[in-house]
Design a binder for this molecule. Sequence first.
Ligand code: ADP
Ligand code: MG
Length: 237
Amino acid sequence: ISPLPSNAPIGRIDDDSFSSYCGSTKFDQLPLSNKTKEGLNDSKYITMTEVQRASLPHALCGRDLLGAAKTGSGKTLAFIIPVLEKLYRARWGPEDGVGSIIISPTRELACQLFEVLRSVGKHHGFSAGLLIGGRKDVDTEKKRVNDLNILVCTPGRLLQHMDETPSFDCSQLQVLVLDEADRILDVGFKKAVNAIISQLPKQRQTLLFSATQTKSVQDLARLSLKDPEYLSVHEES
Ligand code: ADP
Ligand code: MG
């Protein structure tokens, strides 16, 4: 892992240039870092899906958002790309600790999105860890958790670290992602997620994605998002 040179070009969407990216159809047209562009290319991601087109310009300029789009519409990249870009622009390094937490309802979904993060983010130097319980010894995890930049977790395991790992520090958190929020709430994690959110720094970007917009998803949005953009995408199939 090498530090970024201070003159490295950094793509940024500010509110003025935002509208010019709204009509983009290809990842290449967005002001992404070369490392992310290469990762997308390697994985053969060229053309954005509808939910990616709708959400990426907002997410990349730092806004909170609630993105609702059906299963299979490509929500994973709609948050993995902004996570990578946010940390890249902040020149996040190994010593900066936990910069992003991605919460997923089940171990299986967490593993799947971790693989996407690994492949699209492979040219970046960030460290990422899967905290999903069951599989790994929690004591080993406790020693390493602060060395990770991106945590992909199930709510139960993350809360366990918040409660039991004395050194666990997420005070510098930049981006929180709540993926498959409707399922997180369905499987009974409402209390855990509320407890997690109450322990996170308020100054952060939050991206919430869901296949459906239920009342409890709306409640979670109210609790976790600040001045959000609401996007609901119904792709023609
Ligand atoms: P969701 O979370 O909305 O259910 P996923 O993010 O899991 O959807 O994506 C569903 C499938 O679509 C995955 O196999 C993924 O690799 C593929 N996919 C996502 N975005 C693109 C894209 N821009 N181009 C091609 N395939 C994509
Ligand atoms: Mg998904």
